[in-house]
Design a protein around this ligand. Structure first.
Ligand code: SF4
Length: 279
């Protein structure tokens, strides 16, 4: 299968379980795994979320995932990037840890990665709420130590006020508990396995106030002080959302300014955690 160029994430809203895309963050071919082919399932309702409302009759099936992963690893190419699969990424249509298939699917993807794409990584993109469940916390922690594995952990806010605006979490999610559990997890994780990612966009015309910026920087600093944060990604809104124009992209200069401020804080603390921006 030749896919050129697969920048399109829309295929996962048609019920696909595995979808090849070009990943701007891993700079190559990423095989997305969608644990929710029938409808979006998430513990957040971010105003910038790019998943459009959809409903299909498809169900997740581990064997279908396995077959599709192997087929894509063996046959998919993207122009200049060739057939090198950079990662198998659990991300589509919601919060992966909410799926009853989450652990079995990740275990299976890890085995396939090892056999068919040993240079690739398995990536789980999460909003962090799964860590509030002890079994998921333990499962992911073990993965960071035993596999070629990367957890991309969303931290969009430093205060409860902005958290409620930028992530619109389910009412059961407590911001303070989420941050403290995330810190406990990062303290114990493998030092090369956790990427922190933060969305920077405006919501309803508003950007984070200075109090929020300082609190967010302090949260990231404390995580970096564990020595176990591989890198920090600040990314902008790059794709359409069903709620447009509620959330709006900000200029790259805004992202760079925030990145520079965080870099200075980390340098002052003698930490060399890389901070990257993605428009
Ligand atoms: S956490 Fe991800 S999937 Fe869930 S609402 Fe936010 S952007 Fe969408």
């Amino acid at each position: 299968m030749n896919v050129s160029p697969p920048h399109d994430h829309r295929s996962r809203e048609k019920g696909l379980i595995v979808y090849p895309v070009y990943s701007r963050r891993s700079k190559g071919l990423s095989l997305g795994v969608n644990l929710f082919p029938s409808r979006k399932t998430c513990s957040f309702n971010c105003p910038y979320c790019e998943v459009f409302p959809f409903k299909t009759d498809f169900s997740f099936d581990v064997e279908l995932m396995e077959t599709a992963l192997i087929e894509n690893i063996e046959n998919t190419s993207i122009g200049a990037y060739g057939r090198m699969v950079k990662d198998v990424c659990f991300s589509g249509n919601g919060e992966p840890t909410l799926s009853p298939y989450f652990k079995i699917a990740v275990n299976s993807a890890c085995a396939i990665r090892q056999k068919y794409a040993s240079a690739a990584q398995v990536v789980v993109i999460t909003n962090g709420t799964g860590l509030l469940r002890q079994d998921i916390f333990d499962f992911l922690l073990e993965k960071t130590h035993r596999e070629q594995f990367n957890l991309w952990l969303k931290i969009d806010a430093g205060t409860e006020e902005w958290f409620k605006i930028i992530d619109r979490p389910d009412s059961v999610v407590r911001f303070s508990e989420l941050v403290s559990t995330t810190r406990k997890f990062v303290e114990k994780a493998n030092r090369n396995a956790v990427t922190i990612q933060t969305m920077l966009c405006s919501v309803n015309g508003a950007v984070p106030r200075q109090e929020e910026v300082s609190a967010w920087e302090q949260t990231i600093l404390e995580l970096a002080e564990t020595g176990n944060v591989k890198n920090v990604h600040l990314y902008g809104k790059a794709r359409p959302s069903p709620e447009d124009p509620l959330a709006q992209a900000l200029p790259l200069s805004f992202l760079e300014k925030r990145a520079d401020s965080l870099r200075r804080l980390l340098e002052d603390a003698k930490l060399n955690t890389p901070v990257e921006t993605f428009e």
